[in-house]
Design a protein around this ligand. Sequence first.
Ligand code: 9WN
Length: 413
Amino acid sequence: MNQQTNPDREARNILIANDRGGYTIPTEGLYPYQWNWDSAIAALGFAEFDNDRAWTELETLFSGQWSDGMVPHILFHKSDPGYFPGPDVWGCNGPIPSSGIIQPPIAATMARRIWEKDRTVGEARVRALFPAMLAWHRWVMKWRLDDRGAVCTTHPWETGRDNAPDWDNTMARIDASDVGEYQRRDTSHVNSEDRPTKFDYDRYIKLVQIGRQSNWDQQTLLSANPFRVADPTMSFTSLRAARDLLALSAALGIEADGLEDDIARLEAGALSLWNDDLGSFDSRDAHSGEWSESVSNASYMCWFAGIDSEKMLDRLRHTLDTVPYPIPSYDPDMPKFDARRYWRGPTWAIINMMVGIGLNDMGHTKEAEQLRAKTGDLISAYGFAEYFDPTTGSPAGGNAFTWTAAVWLHWAG
Ligand code: 9WN
């Protein structure tokens, strides 16, 4: 246990220490670059004590936007040998060296929250960012939807839930026998038992090689990429982002054609991820149509997207009552549950926050408060870890982690 004496101060200090000048790294050593959704959460944390710095974080993120609207999942501002795969492996040609995939598009949602917190500082900044945020949303609409309107991930890293059981069947069909030799760096920073396996890493790298061979051309990748899975993380965050962009455009008097239609399409897509036999929102392979049969923490992000579900609420109540440190990233009653292996069981404060925000927005204030209090207790008892064992609370992965500190400042603390 790492009972903290002044967690507010410690959380602010983590953000300040991880600031690399206009952008924030997730944690020293393990993740030395700017990650997309981490950065949006970091901005939310900064907004609690330095609104100007919060906007700078988002502006730096969008400075890496490609000319077609795509905002990469990693921006490699300065090369660092401590992380693999780096810019030389991705081989991308955006304005800043980067990866060639995205992450859940939560920046517009966080921009709206930051603007609502301080409209004086935020007015000009949010106006200036709006076209870039809209362009990214349109890129997602153009390249990531399946035929039912659900949003697909084209690499496990794109969802931010790297080794979730959701991808197991699709990953097992990928031939990575010719991936070649490479040197992982993650396991030299943290315990390899808490990280994805070599089987998964071979396929992560194989998918990067396929992307690079296709010159990161999305049209080519529609057929060249064997990995395309419609997923709750991408679907719920994209729907939420569209709603927040619409709200911003109305409040600021900025024209943004098509958002209502996009919302209707994304809503239908998100609802199509309901797996009735499983009794949960689930992922679906976009090529084969097969369900993942996976109840993950992303399944509970429906409320964040403005979608209510009595069945998910029952599940959540059961989880809050039975799991010591909820929400586990994979259902503990399912055979693949692994309390420490990354996205196959551990609890992640950022997902809890997004679920909590959604619950609150939709009037489920009792459950929202329960989840907030439990997340706050977890962080104050065990520290600002990357993620936590849901059965014991013990911290795992990197420490002094930016997004856990930001979640504390904005929501849990
Ligand atoms: C690959 C930075 C990122 C998070 C992801 C998390 C992990 C990277 C990795 O770290 O992914 O993008 O190398 O494991 O899964 O959600 O954004 O914190």
